[in-house]
Design a protein around this ligand. Structure first.
Ligand code: FAD
Length: 585
């Protein structure tokens, strides 16, 4: 108890009495009001730090009946935050549905869970508030399949990362998604550290992470683009790269092919609960009556938990921006992933990223880490990108801002404990959380999905549902054939079959008209320019859609039977054209 008193004293002196802490139902509640987000972050960090000092006896007392211990719940009032963006659509598309399980969130977590659940003969509904899948963190990340460096054995992040990493190879083969176990170099410039590096191999062995020391000559041979003063490195061969949105979409397509229902533009707005169970879930497209609810709502996972009366953690969003460099510089920079030690700032709770060669041979540089109250502001600050490039010139001296073709910002969803919340509900009997899924959430998603599907089956069986395997489950997904990656014979045969594959529309990424048309008629519907881009990479190259953009608009309009001016860039509201011109009428 004395730690709680000490924490309150500290909060009182730091924030002149405007913030205080109290224990409630095993959670550490922060209350009061502040008008500066940095102060709120500071208060949260003080609370979580103080909580680490709570005695075991006190923690045991909080953990009544062996239930999971709650975390820091930050209820400090702050007025400068935008509310969740909700789609304009109001209809009854999901009204009255009674699925066995409702999965909330079409990011990598929700889609992996939906696919894993489709192994059972169950009625599964996946809802996503955006117009497409992977619109939040799952398309705005570095696509690294982490080896587990920077994690600690006691963390859920560590456990799920290690299991997820091991699942990737087979999974990407089944889903027909590009994946490369390319490895990662953590580089050093001080030769005196060599003995320490060898000593550290014992630690990596204990962590279960394969590693070896690479000397100067070998490093130069393997990665000639690294800065001259980098004289040795630790090499982690179990680091991989994957395209995160391709994988998310592949999970969802395979789930839908195996019977999962998907409703896009569907935001969960509220829930009705009775006797510690969710009885109804209200959306902008009608009310759903699920037996089990799965919360995979990313940055909004604490709000979804609150709707179910089960908010025992809270999210403090953290933005990260990365730059995408032109493919033509790839050879001069890195062939795997690399970063000089020290350029990855651990204090900011990021794995620090690095210089990463993607599966598509672009170079990604970043991300940084900036605390923000905004959960959906994906704007990228110029200073962020410039600072990131400057930082990583310590790894690749030849890198510069002129090589950038695009950039992006994603928002991580950490809890104050900086760990995943993957568990059944504490106060609500029919909810399961995949919350606080910050990095390495992409790596961990396949393993999280396995556990959550098993728990869902358990909850359903306990409530009397007959849970049987889905005899028709097919783990294999057909990919959209990419004409440029084919052998001459296969390409000729493909064009013979369908001449649209002989018309290259996106010249930078060599994407054919046939591929674009294919992307519009898949298991998961897509009808926007960005949707096509995420599926076949049209517009991802140096010209960023300058040439192929108008042609793609036209194909979408023709294939969907809609006017040209109603085709959206990223959703139904972001039309590229404003209307018919005089000449076209
Ligand atoms: C900059 C950056 C770099 C990263 N790099 C890596 C990396 O290299 N490797 C790695 O392993 N991890 C990385 N991560 C972490 C990884 O991207 C995330 O952990 C992962 O994408 C989280 O997936 P998710 O499905 O849980 O959340 P999200 O992808 O955010 O998906 C949640 C979905 O829920 C939807 N939603 C929210 N509220 C509602 C509602 N009320 N109703 C309906 N739908 C709702 C949202 O629209 C969203 O689509 C990175 C993250 C960032 C931001």
């Amino acid at each position: 108890m004395k730690h709680l008193i000490r924490l309150n004293r500290q909060l009182h002196s730091e924030f002149t009495g405007r913030v205080w802490a109290r224990e409630s139902e095993g959670c550490l509640l922060l209350e009061g009001g502040l008008d500066n987000w940095d102060d709120i972050v500071r208060a949260g960090n003080l609370a979580v730090h103080a909580r680490k000092k709570f005695t075991r006896r006190f923690l045991r007392e909080l953990q009544k009946d062996g239930e999971r211990l709650g975390g820091v719940v930050n209820n400090i009032r702050f007025n400068g935050r935008s509310p969740m963006r909700v789609p304009d659509i109001q209809d009854n598309a999901v009204e009255g549905m009674r699925p066995d399980a409702l999965v909330i969130g079409g990011g990598i977590s929700g889609c992996a869970i939906a696919r894993e659940l489709s192994r059972y003969a169950l009625d599964i509904l996946l809802v996503e508030k955006e117009h497409d899948l992977a619109m939040h963190a799952s398309s705005r990340n570095d696509g690294m399949v982490h080896p587990g460096v920077d994690l600690h054995k006691g963390q859920w992040k560590y456990r799920y990362n290690m299991r997820g990493n091991a699942l990737y190879e087979k999974l990407c083969e089944e889903l027909n998604v590009d994946f490369e176990m390319s490895g990662q170099y953590v580089c050093f410039s001080n030769p005196l550290l060599k003995p320490l590096l060898y000593l550290s191999l014992l630690y990596w062995k204990w962590m279960g992470i394969p590693a070896r020391v690479v000397g100067k000559k070998e490093l130069r041979r393997l990665e000639p683009g690294l800065k001259e003063d980098l004289v040795m490195a630790l090499f982690f061969p179990s680091t991989g790269v994957v395209c995160p949105y391709s994988l998310t979409i592949a999970f969802a397509e395979n789930a839908v092919e195996n019977g999962v229902r998907l409703s896009l533009d569907t935001a969960v707005l509220d829930m009705e609960t009775s006797e510690g169970r969710v009885t109804a879930v209200k959306t902008n497209r009608g009310t759903v009556y699920p037996k089990v609810v799965i919360n995979a709502a990313g940055v909004f996972s604490d709000e979804v938990a609150a709707m179910a009366g089960d908010r025992f953690f809270s999210i403090h969003p953290r933005a990260g921006s990365s730059a995408i460099l032109d493919k033509k510089f790839t050879r001069a920079l890195v062939r795997t992933c690399a970063a000089k030690i020290g350029t990855a700032s651990k204090s900011a709770h990021t794995k620090g990223g690095g210089v990463i060669r993607t599966v598509h041979r672009n170079i990604l540089v970043g991300p940084d880490a900036v605390e923000t109250p905004e959960r959906e502001n994906f704007a990228t600050a110029r200073e962020s990108i410039e600072a990131t490039i400057a930082k990583f010139t310590a790894t690749c001296a030849r890198m510069n801002t002129a090589q950038i073709i695009n950039y992006f910002t994603g928002i991580r969803s950490p809890t104050w404990e900086e760990d995943f919340v993957v568990c059944k509900g504490r106060r609500c009997a029919n909810i399961i959380h995949a919350a606080g899924i910050q990095s390495p959430g992409l790596t961990a998603a396949p393993a999280i999905a396995v556990d959550i599907a098993a728990w869902t089956a358990e909850l359903l069986a306990a409530a009397g549902t007959d849970v049987q395997p889905n005899k028709k489950f097919n783990p294999v997904r057909r990919r959209i054939p990419h004409i440029a990656a084919m052998s001459d014979e296969d390409r000729a045969a493909m064009i013979q079959q369908n001449s649209d594959h002989g018309i290259i529309l996106c010249r930078c990424e060599e994407v054919s008209k046939g591929e674009i048309i294919d992307s519009l008629h898949r298991a998961v519907p897509c009808d926007t320019v960005d949707g096509v881009k995420r599926r076949v990479r049209s517009g991802m190259g140096r010209c960023q859609g300058g040439f192929c953009g108008p042609l793609i608009l036209q194909i979408i309009a023709e294939e969907k039977g809609i006017p040209l001016w109603s085709v959206g860039k990223s959703n139904g509201k972001s039309q590229v054209l404003c209307g018919p011109s005089k000449d076209s009428q």
